[in-house]
Design a protein around this ligand. Structure first.
Ligand code: NAD
Length: 258
């Protein structure tokens, strides 16, 4: 299952679940040493064990991406052992509600994880990438980044920031051999979606699942493996000409929903 070892290291935040887990498994299958980083160390350990069982190379680490000091200290020690070639900023959380239903605490929580978390991880990595004059950064944006989603005020705000952080970093480091891109998935079937349905629609989960699926013109949600496949391409040398780009992967959500 594991192909030729690339000797490159990929760090995936939120690697313990959903899209992040699929990205970890995919990159491990391509021979990357995968650093599975998550708030939930048990989930990260399980993904690491799965990779090791398949013959790949992986390590797991607990970190809260929102905590600047924690991220700086962890990434410093990681870089001493496994200089980070690829950084995937995947950790993120959701929030339901329009602006009136969003408290100051909600706004701060979403900002701290979805925006500051991306800043913290890039800030802790960029200098080492500059020294090597190479590196790939991929951020998980969303369809919400460019069109906003109804009743997702705080979430849309944070994902808009992820999109523009991507453009900014791509511009600032284009002469340092560092490529920075983001991807914008539509709804993807992960625990993120299942937890949302369980919490908000405990009595009509199946009906709501169908409704959420139909909001993609293609008629279904994406699968985490489909997202991992795009990430795999963007990490590879085949994508060497791509930087400062946003890739929709949304079953037609942004362009066909009108
Ligand atoms: P998920 O909830 O299944 O997994 C998220 C992971 O991030 C979890 O393992 C969680 O423990 C970890 N995490 C949360 N807060 C953290 C923190 N502060 N520090 C470190 N780790 C933390 O989510 P998912 O559906 O796989 O989503 C992954 C990313 O993709 C998110 O950024 C999300 O916004 C984005 N996205 C998801 C969808 C979707 O429909 N699932 C669509 C578009 C974009």
């Amino acid at each position: 299952m594991i192909h030729n070892k690339t000797q490159k290291t990929a760090l995936v935040t939120g690697g313990g679940s959903g899209i992040g887990k699929s990205i970890c498994l995919r990159l491990a299958s391509k021979g990357f040493t995968v650093l599975v980083v998550d708030l939930d160390i048990n989930a990260a350990n399980k993904v690491m064990d799965e990779i090791l069982t398949l013959g790949g190379n992986a390590f797991s680490y607990a970190v809260d991406v929102a905590n600047h000091q924690q991220v700086s200290a962890l990434f410093k020690s990681i870089n001493e052992k496994h200089p980070i070639d690829i950084l995937i900023n995947n950790a993120g959380i959701a929030h339901i509600g329009n602006i009136e239903q969003t408290t100051e605490q909600d706004l701060d929580r979403l900002y701290n994880i979805n925006v500051k978390g991306v800043y913290n991880c890039i800030h802790a990595t960029i200098n080492e990438m500059k020294k090597k004059q190479s590196g790939v950064i991929i951020n998980l944006a969303s369809v919400a980044s460019s069109v906003g989603i109804a009743d997702r005020f705080a979430y849309s705000m944070t994902k808009g920031a992820v999109l523009t952080m991507t453009y900014s970093v791509a511009k600032d480091y284009i002469n340092d051999g560092i490529r920075c891109n983001c991807i914008s998935p539509g709804r993807v079937h992960t625990p993120f979606v299942d937890n949302f349905l369980e919490k908000n629609y405990p009595n009509n989960k199946a009906e709501m699942f169908e409704k959420l699926s139909a909001s993609q013109p293609i008629g279904r949600m994406g699968q985490p493996e489909e997202i991992a496949s795009l990430i795999d391409y963007l990490c590879s040398d085949d994508a060497a000409f791509i930087t400062g780009s946003n890739f929709p992967i949304d079953g037609g959500f942004v362009t066909l929903n009108n």
